[in-house]
Design a protein around this ligand. Structure first.
Ligand SMILES: *Cc1c(COP(=O)(O)O)cnc(C)c1O
Length: 372
């Protein structure tokens, strides 16, 4: 049996260090807003190359609170339009609608699955105030082109980096391209806590202090409340876990890239389309974090069943596009043909920072034996 993702094995590699960090927090007697969070925020900001990192409770809150902070700062108001990929996990869009902003969905580039900058430009109206690009599957969106559109139209840029810890273009990491970036440390993400956790990175001092207040009851100072805030804080225990795992992130990412290269070199079945296109300019410049290795085939259900029979677990990211969800009834009738065709064809192969090359080879062999 080859599991899609074996979190137990991944975390077992660091068991002693995680247990020590856990004991350190237990013995400190201090469980929220303490030194572990402070240290992690500094370490993760340094890792991304940003001035600030603000820990929050999860990745969705990181996105929601950043948009909320821009509303508090007068940079966004209810009804403003935010351009977002149609082809994303629904959380990117929930963050927009939670703030009573209007999501304007834009089709991806077929080669990268990521939001297409030409379509972004075409979607700009006089109500557009922000772009929320997603680095889907660990591959950077075309940030140079997106920032160019943003600059010309004076738009805010919020990166959704939940799948892209450590990915970069031209040496600049995910989280350091936009005016701000949301990260998730959900256990299955490339940098995963042992529970829910998230963060915002930014170089903007005013945004950072507003976020700190908003995530702590709207309070910038004990018993004084500037905003009608929420409680969305990163716990000491999760920060301590993340400090251990951050030290191994680059090694794990390197391993993910090796698995991905092994898949790309090894899969020769012509009815399967691979994610890496050598003709993609962005691909050449970008360092993909390979959160997922996603293939495409017209016979997705048959292939998934065949692989399951071979003992290989796969997943679909994502089986229902956000605009087809009950949650967004008003978007159900809209047509996004590229997103919809991807939704019917994508299949995620097993990949992780600890998957063996032997297991990877077994997946390749099974794929190469498959005839539709
Ligand atoms: C996981 C994820 C989120 C949400 O993160 P949580 O920590 O689960 O709230 C947001 N956007 C994308 C693209 C994600 O993959």
């Amino acid at each position: 049996m080859i599991p899609f993702l074996d979190l137990k094995t991944i975390n077992a590699q660091y068991r002693d260090e995680l247990a020590q960090a856990c004991a350190r927090v237990i013995d400190s007697g201090w469980y929220v807003q303490g030194t572990e969070v402070k240290e992690f925020e500094q370490e993760f900001a340094a890792y991304c190359g940003t001035k600030h990192c603000i820990g929050v409770a999860n990745g969705l809150d990181a996105l929601i609170l950043t948009l909320r902070a821009w509303k508090e700062l007068g940079k966004l108001k209810e009804g403003d339009e935010v351009i977002v990929p149609a082809n994303t996990y629904i959380a990117s869009i929930l963050a927009i609608t939670e703030n009573r902003l209007v999501p304007v969905l834009v089709e991806p580039n077929m080669a990268t699955y990521n939001i297409c900058p030409i379509n972004v430009e075409a979607a700009v109206t006089e109500k557009t105030r922000a772009i929320l690009p997603v680095h889907l599957y660990g591959q950077m969106a075309d940030m140079p082109a997106i920032l160019d559109v943003a600059k010309r139209h004076n738009l805010l840029v919020l990166e959704d980096s939940a799948q892209a810890h450590g990915a970069s273009i031209n040496g600049i990491k995910a989280g350091n391209w936009g005016h701000a970036s949301g990260f998730s440390f959900y256990p299955g993400k490339n940098l995963g806590a042992l529970g829910d956790a998230g963060a915002v990175t930014t170089n903007d001092d005013e945004l950072a202090s507003t976020l700190r207040a908003l995530s702590n009851y709207g309070s910038h100072k004990k018993y004084e409340n500037l905003y009608q805030g929420v409680n969305s804080r990163l716990d000491e225990i999760q920060a301590a876990m993340l400090r251990v795992k951050l030290r191994y992130l680059d090694i794990e990412t390197q391993h993910r890239r090796e698995i991905a290269t092994t898949y790309t070199m090894g899969i020769g079945n012509l009815s399967i389309m691979l994610p890496i296109r050598q003709d993609s300019v962005i691909q050449d410049l970008a360092h993909h974090a390979f959160h997922l290795y996603v293939i495409r085939t017209k016979e997705r259900e048959a292939l998934q069943k065949y692989l399951a029979d071979e003992g290989i677990q796969t997943l679909i990211h994502y089986p229902v596009a956000p605009h087809k969800q009950c949650a967004y009834k008003l978007l159900n009738e809209k047509s996004f043909p590229i997103t919809e065709s991807l939704q019917h064809e994508v299949l995620s192969l097993p990949i992780s920072g600890s998957q063996s090359i032997e297991n990877t080879q077994s997946v390749i062999d099974a794929l190469n034996r498959w005839c539709r």
